[in-house]
Design a protein around this ligand. Structure first.
Ligand code: AMP
Length: 507
């Protein structure tokens, strides 16, 4: 028995190699953090967790500001044999109440600024509440956890765990219904880090520009685990800020982003070929990257963004090739060790080029949902394939395309309308920045197609342009214009909000 994840990630790192943390605009200067510090600080934090009563298998919930210490807290939790439960910093106390009630952590760490607001919640759930801030700012209390940790030993004997023991629970973003806690094991996380490091050619010479949040699978596991595993360096930004990203990109070799990172960079005049000349890799995921963004980015920088596809429950499933054609509008091929199939409603694989539900199997896939055996059964086939809920197709060459979430599928007059297909046609019109297509309840058709468009043109022009491109049942019955589309922090368009806004349109 070994501590699979921590040992697996840190083996091979060189102690004096470092990460840089760059503070936000109001910060007080950057600082360095070496792998030797990581070992020591995660040891101090792990000892603090144990002193707070955390035992192997216990959950440690954290709603903390992004910082390298936040990352150390994750590593310390797995070193202590416990299960890390990061929470989106935007969650309100009412939302946090649900997660704490559901996961029953032993310890809940929060931003010192939120501490008072959580005292009642901690009493209600009988959870130990502690504050955990950002260590670097002497003006602001870093929290009692740090005070205690400072007096702990810099060595800690990592608690042995088996590969299938849990390392983390990540709640899905829950844009439909209640959030579910994906149970991620040491094996799930380590296997994906090893695979990504290899297929994306990460080495200890890499410097990753890290601007993602670390409460989500993308910033915490895809980005951080992959870099730590290869002993690389990171420039850790508190959040995506276009100016800061442009400034620090000259010192980086890679960036992992969501599509909005790329559209914002392209909207910035200071972002040029020169800015990106030191870079070897840009990846995109968490939401679909418009083919137009992909092409504009290549024109501006000479780099082809590598798009990949994954989800909280499965880590990463597919990736465009590092060497070979990165095909815009696709998410590439299944990763080594990941089996992927596309099936119809009865679970039978469809022919290449046909649309169906994407299912995946492999060491990357979580074992199910925390305390929701019925949901686990609904989404996990008897042969171990996980039903992603994404609709997609795989072409003759093996490239996978995502055409939308199953729940986003519109059925109008008995015909299936894939929003992505309609959006792609609208997005290609001159003057359109982007669009979102949804179904609204309709007395005749069941659902009527509705488009929300960001752009500088009128409804009639769009309708005329679609006439010879899309069958009538696919064309929007109504088009609305908006300054921007509602998005969550990972850049996903919140279609549930649009559906709610337009639910009475036809009825
Ligand atoms: P999350 O669990 O928050 O990471 O969300 C996972 C979902 O994001 C997937 O099930 C997909 O619907 C979507 N997603 C992730 N990557 C992509 C991508 N490259 N293209 C389209 N959708 C994506």
């Amino acid at each position: 028995m070994t501590n699979t994840l921590y040992d697996g990630l840190l083996s091979g790192t060189v102690p004096e190699r470092a990460f840089a943390e760059i503070p936000g605009k109001a910060g007080i200067g950057s600082r360095w953090y070496t792998y030797a510090h990581i070992e020591q600080v995660s040891a101090r934090f792990a000892a603090t967790l144990v002193a707070r009563g955390v035992r192997p298998g216990d959950r440690v919930a954290a709603q903390v500001p992004k910082s390298i210490e936040g990352l150390m807290l994750y590593l310390a939790t797995v070193r202590a044999g416990a299960v890390f439960l990061p929470l989106n910093t935007d969650y309100t106390a009412a939302e946090v109440d649900y997660f704490i009630g559901d996961a029953e952590p032993k310890l809940f760490l929060c931003d010192p600024a939120s501490l008072d607001g959580y005292i009642g919640l901690a009493e209600k759930h009988r959870v130990y509440l502690d504050s955990f801030g950002v260590w670097r700012d002497p003006q602001v209390s870093a929290g009692t956890f740090f005070d205690f940790a400072a007096s702990q030993s810099g060595t800690f004997e990592t608690v042995p765990r088996a590969p299938d023991d849990l390392a983390a629970i990540l709640y899905t973003s829950g844009t439909t219904g209640r959030s579910k806690g994906a149970m991620l094991s040491h094996r799930n996380l380590l296997s994906n880090a090893l695979t990504l490091a290899k297929v994306w050619h990460f080495t200890d010479d890499d410097v990753l520009l890290h601007a993602l949040p670390i409460y989500h699978t993308h910033g915490l596991f895809v980005a951080s685990n992959t870099v730590i595993r290869t002993g690389g360096q990171m420039i850790f930004l508190p959040k995506f800020d276009t100016e800061q990203v442009v400034r620090h990109m000259q010192n980086a070799t890679a960036m992992m982003g969501v599509p909005t990172f790329y559209t914002r960079l392209l909207a910035h005049d200071g972002f040029t070929e020169d800015t990106a000349k030191h870079m070897r890799l840009f990846t995109s995921g968490s939401a679909p990257l418009l083919a137009q963004t992909h092409h504009e980015f290549e024109e501006r920088t000479g780099h082809r963004i590598l798009e990949r596809y994954g989800m909280t429950e499965t880590n990463m499933n597919t990736s465009n090739p590092y060497d070979g054609e990165r095909r815009a509008g696709t998410v590439g091929f299944p990763l080594p060790g990941v089996e992927l199939r596309i099936v119809d409603d009865s679970g039978v694989p469809v022919a290449p080029g046909d649309i169906g539900t994407i299912e995946v199997r492999g060491d990357n896939v979580c074992s199910g949902y925390w305390r929701m055996p019925d949901k686990t059964k609904e989404e996990m086939r008897a042969d171990g394939f996980f039903i992603t809920g994404d609709l997609g197709m795989q072409d003759e060459d093996g490239y996978v395309q995502i055409v939308g979430r199953g729940k986003d599928l519109i059925i109008s007059g008995g015909f299936n309308v894939y929003p992505k297909e309609v959006e792609a046609v609208i997005d290609a019109l001159p003057g359109v920045t982007e669009s979102a297509v949804i179904g609204a309840p309709h007395p005749d058709f069941g659902e009527g197609v509705v488009a929300v468009v960001v752009g500088d043109l009128d409804e009639q022009t769009i309708m005329d342009a679609l006439e010879d491109k899309l069958a009538k049942f696919k064309r929007p019955k109504c088009i609305f214009f908006a300054g921007e589309l509602p998005r969550n922090t990972m850049g996903k368009v919140q279609k549930n909000i649009l559906r709610e806004t337009h639910k009475n349109l036809f009825v």
